[in-house]
Design a protein around this ligand. Structure first.
Ligand code: HEC
Ligand code: HEC
Length: 614
């Protein structure tokens, strides 16, 4: 490349970086925070994101139709306009104005991404074009991970976002965006058809956005991955991964790259959930994301194999399905989860493998699919290691040795009020089959047969450490000594064994429950009850900042500002809230308050509803 060529290359890299940067920092990040700060409910928030996606898809289609952004000046205007709308986000206070901003920014970014992705072949030719795109996407990710940008206030991030697209408008190269003379045929086997590309990249985006959302909203995971001091490292890894991807793609490595991106992403998803693998997972994740993101931008014009004329359509379809719909679905699927289900990772793996193997000859394809199936079986088997059973056995021994049996039973009496409080009764043989039998003969404390379905592992740990923190004046002594050598973990494994099996039962019971006391009336003092039972997690004012926040797998809900997943607006709000207070969130971190009378439960429900700012 001569110096003019390399100047164009840098301009294209900058353009890609700036468009990426705007999307990451504004559309995926600060805009959501701003809407939240303005007190929009979850429903409105979802509507705004949907509007942006609709705008994005429409923008992409308009670019593919050559109506928008496919000529140099047009693209500049689209980018400049997007910047103006982005600034408008800071001023749009009402839902209508915010909706217009969402739609407009989506439209601008949708058109700009499609125009850019299909323009690269014309600007750069095919030689080393992927390297340029990779450098650009890496820079985009890196800049957004710079601490000053990543942690800036949302209003400041809006300014960054607008700055990015204005910079992009300046950088659009003057040269023609469509130069069919640069079209070199790709060697067979190195390109990927549209069905395969969409399938593979949608699966990757889906997995990525689900994992990212879970990590960002799970205190423990976030601290070990996106916490302070790790942002520079993430920025560097993003850049390195993307440059590597560009280099590799120029050498025809598309299929290998998609496969590797999946392996790294799957490994990262698994590792971040292991206490001793979190750092390794946090390092693999940015690399994986950069790999496939570079492929996403390179594919429509450089790696699809078809003619350039249709590259706009290919980009529009790919970005609509993999980009806009894939990320929304990934997030929508997991807002209720605090783990990344391994079955989900495996499904994504099968999709990627199918896509990558498409077009390969029969035997090769069978070999790849068989490999994935074996891997799936292996991971599934490794997921419940034999060590689990051993831990449960050791835990039972701890239970016996520590004398829990003197105060706790493990026997839910059938057809009694026990069922609401403690869970389903034992199956025949379930309790008698235990050696030694631990039914117990005294009941000072609650029955522990199903305690694992009512209390999370982190809650149980906190309870063993200092029982009084959840029950002032409790006779239960502290078992903090068990936390020092892993015996607490074994004990918790024992208490939680089989818990998952009774979750559905409990959920059903919860949904059928109605308080005996009259709704709307209670003699109890909600304020006092809240301080006593809830403030330790939700904070004295219910803002989710109690002393235990950060020690649970999920942040306690902010009961003033929301968002409200379980107790959102709608019919029977008081009843639904009362159910959450009494039963907790089965399988989640919110404990039930089974021992409180219905009167107290109702008083608490009414009190927390009264805390809401809207
Ligand atoms: C001296 C009696 C005593 C001993 C010994 C004792 N507990 Fe408790 N435990 C209680 C009482 C009373 C409560 C109810 C009040 C409270 O929550 O602290 C309780 C509550 C609990 C809870 C909360 C259950 C729920 O549904 O909220 C758990 C879990 C628990 N104990 C586990 C254990 C384990 C495990 C051991 C043995 C390592 C143990 N306890 C030993 C008396 C005891
Ligand atoms: C051990 C900590 C802890 C305690 C104690 C606790 N909560 Fe929670 N609570 C949580 C967590 C964590 C969540 C979020 C759960 C989730 O998203 O999975 C939550 C969620 C909730 C929600 C659901 C909000 C929604 O999403 O709609 C309500 C309501 C709630 N808590 C009320 C209470 C009340 C009332 C009390 C006291 C009686 C209480 N909590 C005690 C941790 C706690």
């Amino acid at each position: 490349m001569n110096w003019r060529g390399s100047l164009v290359a840098w301009r294209v890299a900058g353009l890609v970086a700036a468009v990426f940067g705007h999307f990451l920092i504004f559309a995926q990040f600060s805009w959501i925070e701003i809407l939240r700060d303005r007190g929009m409910s979850d429903g409105v928030l979802r509507l705004m994101l949907a509007l942006m996606a609709v705008g994005g898809i429409a923008g992409g289609v308009l670019a593919a139709l050559r109506v928008l952004g496919r000529r140099t000046l047009e693209l500049r205007l689209v980018l400049a306009g997007t910047g103006v709308l982005t600034i408008g986000a800071g001023l749009a206070t009402g839902p209508v104005a915010a909706g217009l901003v969402s739609l407009g920014c989506g439209l601008g970014i949708g058109a700009a991404t499609v125009a850019t992705a299909s323009g690269v072949a014309g600007w750069l030719g095919r030689k080393r074009a992927c390297l340029v795109v990779g450098t650009g996407s890496g820079l985009g990710y890196a800049v957004c991970n710079v601490p000053a940008v990543f942690t800036a206030a949302p209003a400041m991030q809006v300014l960054f976002g607008a700055g990015f697209v204005w910079l992009a408008a300046v950088l659009v190269p003057g040269r023609t965006m469509e130069n069919p003379a640069d079209r070199l045929p790709l060697p067979a086997g190195r390109s990927l058809g549209i069905v395969a590309a969409v399938l593979a990249m949608t699966a990757l985006v889906w997995l990525d956005s689900a994992a990212f959302f879970i990590i960002q909203h799970t205190a423990q995971l976030k601290a070990g991955t996106w916490g302070g001091g790790m942002l520079w490292r993430n920025a560097g890894l993003h850049l390195a991964g993307a440059v590597l991807a560009g280099w590799w793609l120029d050498r025809g490595g598309l299929r290998g790259l998609l496969g590797l991106a999946f392996l790294l992403l799957g490994a990262a998803a698994w590792l971040v959930q292991q206490d001793d693998g979190r750092v390794a997972g946090a390092c693999l994740y940015p690399v994986a994301v950069s790999l496939y993101s570079t492929a996403l931008v390179c594919w429509p014009a450089l790696l699809a194999g078809g003619g350039l004329r249709r590259s706009g359509w290919r980009a529009a379809v790919l970005f609509a399905i993999a980009g806009w719909i894939g990320s929304a679905n990934g997030i929508g699927m997991v807002t209720q989860l605090d783990r990344i289900p391994m079955a989900f990772v495996m499904a994504a793996g099968v999709a990627v493998a199918l896509a990558v193997a498409a077009g390969w000859r029969g035997r090769m394809r069978v070999a790849v699919l068989a490999g994935v199936a074996l891997l799936a079986i292996g991971v599934e088997a490794a997921r419940r290691p034999a060590a689990d059973a051993a831990a449960v056995d050791r835990g039972r021994a701890v239970y016996v040795a520590e004398g829990c049996i003197h105060c706790h039973s493990r026997y839910v009496r059938p057809a009694s009020p026990d069922l609401d409080a403690w869970g389903p009764p034992a199956e025949p043989g379930e309790v008698i089959g235990e050696r030694p039998v631990l039914i117990g003969n005294r009941r000072q404390g609650p029955d522990l047969l199903r305690v694992g379905a009512r209390r999370s592992a982190s809650w149980l740990k906190l309870k063993l450490e200092d029982p009084a923190r959840f029950a002032a004046g409790t006779p239960m002594p502290s078992f903090a000594h068990l936390l020092k050598d892993g015996r607490a973990d074994d004990l918790i494994a024992y208490l939680q064994a089989g818990a998952a099996d009774s979750l559905a039962w409990r959920l059903q019971r919860m949904n059928g429950w109605r308080p005996q006391a009259e709704e709307g009336h209670s003699s109890k003092n909600g304020d006092g009850l809240f301080r006593r039972h809830c403030a330790i997690c939700h904070g004295p004012e219910g803002r989710g900042d109690g002393v235990l926040a950060g020690r649970l797998l999920r942040e306690p809900a902010n009961l003033v500002a929301g968002p409200f997943t379980w107790t959102g607006k709608g019919a029977e709000l008081e009843l639904r809230t009362a159910r959450v207070v009494k039963f907790g969130i089965p399988g989640g971190e919110m404990p039930g308050h089974e021992v409180l009378g219905d009167d107290a439960v109702l008083a608490l429900a009414r009190y927390v509803i009264g805390l809401r700012s809207r």
